[in-house]
Design a protein around this ligand. Structure first.
Ligand code: NAP
Length: 172
């Protein structure tokens, strides 16, 4: 069986922030980025999100196969036909994804979730939308306790709109 492809997808401000705080709904991205994200998600077999992000985006996620990372469960809990809660400190997430036969995996954040995949060296590619605004403070995409040096290669840069929202695509 082929290996799954893990794609981290994030929108960041010019100062590299994905949110101002952990409960913020991502409502500051451009319409063009939302359209781009939906196209990527339509091509994905499953979405992985952290519990905090899931709580801010339950409705938009409910039509997709979705794995929610949480320590609140001790075993894999199938909430409905599309939604699974899984605790990666107890269950091997990569093994679960392989067992389910998922090939294209969209990692949708937030910071703790992106960081988990980076630390496990599981990110194959990153789609980073840079929106032309600044928060001044907030959460970074990756917030590891360790210094990590992971190099990526630029695949493409695409301008999404007049105001200059950019999608930068990197491969591991
Ligand atoms: N700009 C963007 O592209 C973008 C994308 C996604 C999210 N966001 C923003 O990011 C913010 C949330 O980020 P966040 O870092 O606070 O939260 P998060 O990664 O969405 O969720 C964190 C939660 O996920 C679970 N979790 C994470 N890592 C785990 C691990 N290794 N093992 C077990 N459980 C784990 C825990 O849930 P329990 O507490 O239940 O144990 C943890 O509290 C929100 O503001 C959201 O809007 C922005």
């Amino acid at each position: 069986m082929k290996n799954p492809i893990y794609s981290a997808i994030a929108a960041v401000t010019m100062d590299g922030k994905i949110a101002t705080h952990a409960r913020q709904f991502t409502n500051w991205t451009s319409k063009e980025d939302k359209d781009f994200l939906h196209k990527l998600l339509d091509r994905s077999d499953v979405v992985v999100v952290g519990h905090n992000t899931y709580k801010t985006a339950k409705k938009p996620l409910d039509k997709r196969n979705c794995i929610v990372m949480t320590r609140s469960v001790s075993k894999i809990v199938q909430k409905n036909s599309k939604l699974v809660f899984l605790n990666p400190t107890r269950e091997n997430l990569d093994k679960f994804i392989r067992r389910m036969g998922y090939r294209r995996v969209a990692i949708l954040g937030g910071a703790q979730t992106y960081t988990y995949f980076l630390e496990k060296n599981l990110i194959d590619e990153i789609y980073l939308t840079i929106e032309p605004l600044v928060f001044g403070r907030g959460m970074s995409m990756f917030e590891s306790a360790k210094v990590l040096r992971r190099y990526f290669k630029l695949v493409s840069v695409k301008r999404l709109n007049k105001k200059g929202s950019l999608v930068v695509h990197y491969k591991a």
